[in-house]
Design a protein around this ligand. Sequence first.
Ligand code: OAD
Length: 233
Amino acid sequence: MKKLVVLTGAGISAESGISTFRDAGGLWEQYPVEDVATPEGWYRNPALVTQFYNERRKQLLAVNPNYGHIALKELEEYFDVTIITQNVDNLHERAGSKRIVHLHGELMKVCSSKEPNNEHYIQTLSSNNLEVKIGDMAKDGSQLRPFIVWFGEAVPKIEEAVNYCEQADIFIIIGTSMNVYPAAGLIHYVPRNVPIFLIDPNQVLVPSTVKVIQKGASEGMKELKKLLIEEYV
Ligand code: OAD
């Protein structure tokens, strides 16, 4: 089976009803990014940050995967699929995709505020208990914080993602403005001659060799799935 590596961003979840970050009306217009997605914001006002992610979790429970997520699952019948996602939602999981690398963390998980990446202190919240409160502690006695990679923090999963990109036979980019590094730099690890497709209704700055499908995730994936099966299986 050919190795299909997919890089996804907020745009793949837009049709499920989750706001993107940088589009008009996006999350960073409604909430200052430096307040809710930086370590400094957390030190300044952990209650506000906790509340912000509690709301994101509540919203996540109310939405479902769309055909963009589902098509990626369906492609596992024909390809060895790896999804590298910048999204913290669990819609790829809920669509049934098997191999998912979460570069920026996971909304349904919380961790130690002293050692965010120490696996011993990472917990998955259940759907009937997704509200974290100030005073809720990790097993190391520190305040629980969202398991999210904030701006200015290291991205521990980037090496694993680079390895997958280097092995790709086909590479797909869906719904990311390619503004945030190191994720946006992953395209440079894809070997030359490997076909690269991009699905996004808006223009995204990528090398001219990338085959662009200027459509939303569901419609774009429907078209791309057919093309991939016809030309690469
Ligand atoms: P952005 O909000 O920067 O970009 C979303 C992209 O999705 C844009 O290129 C849109 O044109 C596109 N889009 C909108 N509707 C779409 C649709 N229906 N189908 C497909 N694409 C659509 O989001 P990301 O690139 O994912 O990090 O942002 C990267 C990171 O920055 C996020 O992971 C997040 C953010 O700050 C953290 O929170 C740590």
